[in-house]
Design a protein around this ligand. Structure first.
Ligand SMILES: C[S@@+](CC[C@H](N)C(=O)[O-])C[C@H]1O[C@@H](n2cnc3c(N)ncnc32)[C@H](O)[C@@H]1O
Ligand code: SF4
Length: 319
């Protein structure tokens, strides 16, 4: 199995959203500005395409309410990117209409548990039902869909029944994604980051469910040390995927919310998304060695721990 099959650009064109979820790492809300100019984003993606990046993943904020969505999708297609979109599924008709216009390669709908937990975390009654309706309408219209399921410390008990519903709705895969304490998730009393023990259980459960639902791939976003030990560390450039374009124009390697020292720069200053800082190379070395020596590990939280510390200090400084 390839560690990085595709080279991905994660684009957060806006933090404007029709929800204010309790765990939201990007602190998105209806009060945020409308977002980046799509043509500024396309200048950066043109550079990245030349470096071999071939897959664009649109997030946010809620990408389906971004004012520049049509222009951005058309431009990305012209640059030969495959396009995937993640949505909260709150507006089924709008989402299906977007899918019909642009035929994205993949649409993922987000879930946080069964209806009571999902609606509590999304802070909107009925949001689970609408997300499930979006998923069913999209698959019914022939679009390739996945589901991203956030997992906090208390969410495990919902996973088997939720996966059964998502598989029955026709999703091609379910990605179980551990909650990170970032953004609103940093101070949320509703969701906590899963412990290593819970992550390990989630990894085992995802493999069991994967066997139970052969038509729907179930994966957990935590890497096993075995996978890493089997390989010598690739060159840094091969590991830097995704590149993340934030709604403030900052461009980061690997993960949203990394500490400032890893930033490639801002879209407004012109970015060189292939010049890696010594700090990033050192961090990747340490993560690789650390991860490869453990039976199970959450690679993403390891990478972002430093950034969490920076954000926690910033929050502490404000209070
Ligand atoms: C930030 S949202 C943007 C796209 C869209 N609004 C949605 O909710 O799908 C992207 C994904 O991040 C997940 N997410 C939000 N906050 C998170 C956190 N603190 N840790 C892990 N995943 C988180 C959401 O559940 C969603 O699946
Ligand atoms: S998780 Fe998605 S839907 Fe929820 S506030 Fe954040 S961007 Fe909006």
């Amino acid at each position: 199995m390839a560690l990085m099959a595709r080279r991905v650009v994660h684009i957060h064109p806006t933090l404007l959203c029709n929800l204010t979820c309790a765990h939201c790492y990007s602190t998105s809300s209806p009060q945020m500005p409308r977002g980046l100019d799509p043509d500024d984003i396309l200048k950066a993606t043109a550079q990245l395409a030349e470096q071999g990046y071939d897959s664009a993943s649109l997030s946010g904020g809620e990408p389906t309410i971004y004012f520049g969505l049509d222009r951005l999708c058309d431009g990305l297609r012209d640059q030969n990117f495959s396009v995937s979109v993640i949505t909260n599924g709150l507006q089924p008709r709008r989402i299906v209409s977007f899918a019909e216009r642009h035929r994205p390669d993949l649409i993922s709908v987000s879930f946080d548990g069964l209806a009571p937990r999902h609606d509590l975390i999304r802070r909107k009654q009925g949001s689970f039902e609408r997300a499930m309706e979006s998923l069913m309408r999209l698959t019914g219209a022939g679009h390739r869909c996945g589901a991203v399921v956030s997992l906090g410390e208390d969410g495990m008990e919902d996973i088997p029944a939720l996966v059964a519903q998502i598989a029955a709705a026709g999703a091609s895969h379910v990605q179980i994604h551990p909650v990170s304490e970032l953004g609103r998730g940093l101070t949320s009393a509703i969701v906590r980051e899963p412990s290593d023990d819970t992550l390990l259980r989630a990894m085992v459960l995802s493999q069991v469910l994967d066997v139970m639902y052969p038509e729907c791939r179930i994966i957990c976003d935590a890497l096993t040390g075995d996978l890493l030990q089997a390989k010598p560390r690739p060159k840094v450039g091969e590991l830097v995927s995704p590149v993340v374009i934030g709604a403030d124009g900052q461009v980061f390697p690997v993960a949203y919310g990394l500490a400032g020292q890893f930033s490639f720069g801002n879209l407004s200053d012109g970015v060189s998304p292939t010049v890696y800082s010594a700090a990033l190379v050192d961090l990747i070395d340490r993560c690789w060695n650390d991860a490869a020596s453990r039976a199970a590990t959450a690679f993403y939280p390891d990478l972002t721990r430093l950034s969490h510390a920076e954000r926690k200090a910033a929050v502490a400084g404000q209070t």
